[in-house]
Design a protein. Sequence first.
Length: 247
Amino acid sequence: MVNLGFMELPLSGKYNLLLVVAGIATGAFVIVSTFQTATMTGPALAFKDSITVEKAAAQFIDSCRPTLLVTAGWCLLYYNYLGCAVLSVFLVTIFKIIDAKNVNEKFSAVAGRFSGNMAEQAPVFLTALWINTLFVDAGSAPALGAVYLAQRLSYPFFYIVCGEFTTWFEFSTQVGYGVNGALLAGILVTGFGGDWIATVAANPVSAPLCAFLLGSVSVFPTLPLGPLLMPLHFFFHRTVHNKPKKA
């Protein structure tokens, strides 16, 4: 434990920050590598001037096809994880395959986190995946989506092995945060009138790395709003909602 006076930094145990750093490095490497291998083709909604309506429709569907498959994969995976949560109860209470004496409350709670964490991330991932595909790049978006599905597949195993949340999860979750950051970076650059494909081509390492950090630091340490909201939250909690009891 490193004591900085105003805070403590654990360097061992369940919340080892060294594992967080290693997880961030892993996520950054995966995102940069994905952009290095993906072929960026432009937005799905971009058509040639002389193209017919029929060809435009066919081209649009072809451009969206990989993202369609990623979305279907996400839905099927989510349903499987949701089923695991139900099975964790049914196997004990209904089918009697598992003796209730051999499990505790964590058994179903852990299984519930497989789909729970996935659902918590869903609004950002699915929205950013499709906006990026339609308006930014239909080549890299599904490639990032495929990486995200691989990350979601790895997530339950950390809970199964660890039995609870630890910073070992960072090797999985940082990849997911990075994917969302990369998708959002493309949306932001395009939204502000820039060219994301040209930006990545000119900066093949630094642009994806910055995109990864956008997703990573938005979750923890929750920049830019966390440093503002948490002190306010604590101040009002301490002075209004949880006043010290008078002796």
